[in-house]
Design a protein around this ligand. Sequence first.
Ligand SMILES: C[S@@+](CC[C@H](N)C(=O)[O-])C[C@H]1O[C@@H](n2cnc3c(N)ncnc32)[C@H](O)[C@@H]1O
Length: 346
Amino acid sequence: MVVRGETWRERVALRTRLAPVPAFESLAGMALSGALIAGVRLGLFEELARRPATAEELASRLSLRTDSTRLLLDGIEALGYLRRRRGRYVPTGRARRWLLAASPRSVAHFVASHQDYWHWWASLPDVARGGTVVDHHTAAPDDPYWREYITGQYELARFSAPELAAALPVPDGARRVLDVGGGHGWFAAQLCRRHPGLRATVVDLPGSAAVGRDIIRTAGYGHLVEHREGDARSADFGSGYDVALCLNLIHHLQPPEIAALFRRIHAALRPGGVIAVLDLFGDSGRPHRPDAAASCLGLLFHLTSGASVYSPGQLTEWLRDAGFTPPHRTRLQRIPAQSLYVATAT
Ligand SMILES: C[S@@+](CC[C@H](N)C(=O)[O-])C[C@H]1O[C@@H](n2cnc3c(N)ncnc32)[C@H](O)[C@@H]1O
């Protein structure tokens, strides 16, 4: 979040370094995030879409404190997600598009899942001093955490899955796809829809696989995608696959685990089969201007998996050592900062 100032005097104070910028930056980001997450988790947008309300009316309908509700509504209005019509709050077009469950573009679960991130970020000083990171993939399989996590990932995947399916060069006559860490299975499903005759196996941890199975069944793609429980670091993938997907997985793994994973994926592919790796990558040849998204998310992955975002150079080396050609890069438009790398098994 960048503090710009609202009046020319404030802008001059900021430019001449009279105003204490870090005081605002360390606070404003939390307020923005906290208000949006609370708005979604409390069901405020859904209720206001159903029937516009004053703060008092909404507080009464949702059994909330009136003073907190008024302040929250004002905060969210200032962020552009609510406006007032004849004294009652209503969701703006932006809120309707992105935050209502009925919208095909809803990212409400993804936003709600960010509630978990507060304690991860709070642990940063401890982790930097040598404390242990929280590994969020060790939650028990029946922990409700998985549903929120994987449903949120599914919401994001809906944006880029058709684009990825169009960009991926599937070998002629391909029949089988392996999706390691595929969670919701939406990428695999869209790929199979685009290429008749293709079927996919998603291998993921039990908590993810259970939610993914539900998502795929509900969408009517159970005949295209099956979920198998397994740890990417040790599962037996089998053999004879034409395509392997490794999407937003490697940022949860350590370098030696990634190198070993790519070797096992290579062994599971037919010669000429392709591997697709989708992720954020840092250090892309501009060492003096680190990519903001990659740097911040690299830090988050470090806190939540003890891992990081990696560089295209590292990826190329791991793939080459595993027996793949140098990867070809495509940037996906719908999810900024992500890159898709595709390589062929030799
Ligand atoms: C960020 S999500 C990405 C899901 C999906 N591939 C996508 O791109 O939307 C990471 C996925 O990797 C899975 N995962 C993490 N560690 C794993 C492991 N050791 N073995 C298998 N899956 C793992 C998670 O359960 C989750 O489904």
